[in-house]
Ligand binder design. Structure first.
Ligand SMILES: Nc1ncnc2c1ncn2[C@@H]1O[C@H](COP(=O)(O)OP(=O)(O)OP(=O)(O)O)[C@@H](O)[C@H]1O
Length: 313
């Protein structure tokens, strides 16, 4: 018998409009639906302004406004309705790691206090010794050590600062982490280290990730499934292999063609594919249609029929 995978996060027809009703109204999320299964990494990619961060923050209920329509479920519970104790529990269960560790860490606090913030807020330590022990364990988990406890963020490299950000997120023992471009500000040589660290921690702690990035090059290493966003909509969802090696939507193909190759011969032959977005505004009715098992593309019925003829496994 095939075991049903548990859905940890469910997004159902989400709309989110900034400045609703005003002249500068902006539909940052437009009828987005997808699920994130427990234990998986869901990669969300797309160019700047496509709505990735808005989705991550909406799931975590970090805006002072609610989504405008649709439903977000976390562990079966409606996120919009969470209040009191349930909201506090959710705040610990669902954490965020930010793009710029420099900006997200308080420069006047020592590492031990930065990492312990969530422990203190949630009363997770029995006493001062237990607090220090928990912080030390967290630092060890992210590849830092005892000597780092009393230092300040500016004494660390970018990669180390991101490790501190990860330790801080883990301090409250979350189930789910939104990692918003966690490696984009880092040197390429450090990016793989942080991705590998996140993968190791995921295995050890049984975490579920939403991993946000603007290109597909690193996302494919960490993601089980990938969603491609453009103009507030998801245009393609599939396994990392389906999206990276067998992409279907022209926008995904264009994103892939824009990744520079480290191989100079490939790089010289690489021709970026220019995406024509007018199809998204031609008035035709499009929805996510399953082209191959688990591989969905935003398309009309006719487009889906065409995609099915040429799609490869
Ligand atoms: N607080 C806000 N108020 C008004 N508009 C916003 C707000 N946050 C985001 N937006 C707008 O919503 C759209 C989606 O932005 P979002 O930050 O989610 O995109 P993104 O794909 O994460 O981009 P980036 O990679 O640059 O972070 C953009 O047009 C942005 O200008």
């Amino acid at each position: 018998m095939v075991e049903e995978r548990k859905k940890l996060v469910e997004l159902k027809n989400i709309d989110l409009i900034f400045n609703k009703g005003k002249r500068n109204a902006n539909k940052a999320i437009n009828n987005v639906s997808f699920d994130i299964y427990e234990g998986e990494t869901f990669g969300l990619v797309g160019e700047s302004g496509s709505g990735k961060t808005t989705i991550g923050r909406a799931i975590l209920k970090l805006y002072d406004k609610d989504i405008d329509s649709g439903e977000i479920l976390f562990d079966g519970k409606d996120v919009i309705k969470l209040k009191g104790e349930e909201l506090k529990e959710f705040r610990a269960e669902a954490q965020m790691i930010f793009q710029d560790p420099q900006a997200s860490l308080n420069g006047r606090m020592r590492v031990k206090d930065i990492v312990a913030e969530g422990i203190d807020v949630n009363g997770l330590a029995k006493d001062a010794d237990d607090r220090t022990k928990q912080v030390e364990d967290l630092l060890k988990l992210v590849g830092l050590n005892h000597d780092h406890l009393t230092r300040y963020p500016h004494e660390f490299s970018g990669g180390q600062r991101q490790r501190i950000g990860i330790a801080r997120a883990l301090a409250v023992r979350p189930k789910f982490i939104v990692a918003d471009e966690p490696i984009s500000a880092l040197d390429v040589s450090i990016q793989a280290q942080v991705v590998n660290l996140m993968k190791d921690i995921q295995k050890k702690e049984g975490l579920t990730y939403l991993f946000i990035a603007h290109d597909l090059s690193m996302v494919k290493y960490i993601s089980d499934r990938i969603g491609v966003m453009h103009w507030g909509k998801i245009l393609e969802i599939g396994s990392a292999d389906q999206v990276y090696n067998h992409s279907i939507h022209p926008y995904t193909k264009s994103l892939l063609s824009s990744i520079p190759s480290p191989d100079p011969i490939f790089e010289r032959q690489r021709t970026p594919i220019v995406y024509d977005p007018t199809a998204e505004t031609d008035g035709q009715v499009r929805e996510m249609r399953e082209i191959l098992p688990g591989h969905f593309v935003f398309s009309t019925e006719e487009e889906a029929a065409e995609y099915k003829k040429t799609a490869t496994l």
